[in-house]
Design a protein around this ligand. Sequence first.
Ligand SMILES: [Zn+2]
Length: 88
Amino acid sequence: MAERRKYSKKYCRFCEAKVEFLDYKDPSSYLNSLSERYKIMPRRLTGNCKKHQVMVEQAIKRARHAAIVPYVASRKKVIDNPFADLKK
Ligand SMILES: [Zn+2]
């Protein structure tokens, strides 16, 4: 008997929402496919299907060119205030 999955099966959120077209001007639609440093997340982590991953990549690359999504996020930006707890 095959081993049971330990985690729930990944599914494509775009397929579930029946997305036919992704607008690069609407970042909220593809923000879940960006890492905290604004890198495009791979399919194996997000669960997107191939078709929608290509659409997401295309939209993000266009959005980067149009300065809607940053190309890089510096370490300073990611860690907002590491000494917040120390200040008193
Ligand atoms: Zn899909």
